[in-house]
Structure formats: structure tokens, C-alpha cells
Design a protein around this ligand. Structure first.
Ligand SMILES: [Zn+2]
Length: 149
């Protein structure tokens, strides 16, 4: 978080396992949203590594709720959207503006907008197609079946 250095997830996994032998096995089942219930798990001996460059605190390279999406990332997404023929939303309710704005842009540009999501999305009124299904199941079923036109 302090120096801007980046480490791959694979490299971080190696460091975590080297510093915490015995933690390679799962300690909780994963929920569909990727969370895990860790109540009752003792982390007191877990050795959390710092940044390999400066020793500072690590943070995943993702945008958390309440954070702003970096301007360059937004501009790149808009540029991709402007070259697109349609937009497919996968596994998002679009309840936060950072995602919903792209659905609105697509709709305003007259692009077909589709969503694959369990439950309501903020863009339901804008969708041309909606599949209420588990995205992992649907995408796994499409593996190897996509055709470039
Ligand atoms: Zn650092």
C-alpha cells in the first residue's frame, strides 16, 4: 500500500505457505460469493507477510467498496465499450455505480445488454436478455464451445 510494488498471487501464495506450514489445507468452506466463515479458527500464529520491496502492508489489487476505480481503468473500460457490439454482465448485481455506469452507457449507445446473474440487477430495466443462473455453472458449460465470428 505504501510503495506501489506489485506481487503476483502465485508468488504471494509461495511466501504464505513458506511462512505458514500446515495452512495449505482449507480451514473453511467457500461461500458462493468467495467469502468464508472463519469463526473459531485460531490465527494467532499465522505469519502475515509484508511487501517484499518495503516491508509495508499488502493489499489485493482490487477496488473495494467505497474506493474509487482508478481513472485509467475507467477510461480503458469506456474505450473497450465504445468498440463493442454488445455488453454481457456476469455475476454482478450492478448495485454500485462503478459497474452500473457501464450498463447505462451501453444502453444509451443502443447496444444489446445481457446479464447472467442470480437475483435482481440494477440494470434489469435496461436488459435485452437476462439469465438467472449460476455463472460458474453456465460458463463451465460454455468452455470450449465459443466461436469467434
Ligand atoms: Zn512496498
Amino acid at each position: 500500500m505504501g510503495c506501489g510494488a506489485r506481487t503476483s498471487r502465485a508468488r504471494l501464495q509461495q511466501v504464505l505457505l513458506a511462512r505458514n506450514p500446515g495452512w495449505e489445507r482449507p480451514v473453511a468452506a467457500l461461500a458462493p460469493d468467495g467469502d468464508a466463515d472463519l469463526d473459531g479458527v485460531d490465527f494467532s500464529a499465522f505469519d502475515v507477510p509484508g511487501c517484499e520491496a518495503c516491508g509495508g502492508m499488502l493489499k489485493p489489487d482490487v477496488v473495494f467498496y467505497g474506493e474509487s476505480v482508478p481513472r485509467a481503468r475507467v477510461e480503458a473500460a469506456v474505450a473497450h465499450l465504445q468498440r463493442s457490439d454488445a455488453m454481457l454482465v456476469v455475476g454482478s448485481s450492478l448495485m454500485v455505480w462503478s459497474g452500473f455506469r457501464f450498463a447505462r452507457m451501453a444502453a444509451e449507445a443502443g447496444l444489446p445488454l445481457a446479464a447472467l446473474n442470480l437475483g435482481r440487477t440494477r440494470a434489469d430495466g435496461l436488459l435485452s436478455l437476462k439469465l438467472e443462473a449460476d455463472c460458474v455453472d453456465v460458463l463451465a458449460g460454455l468452455r470450449g464451445r465459443a466461436t469467434t465470428l
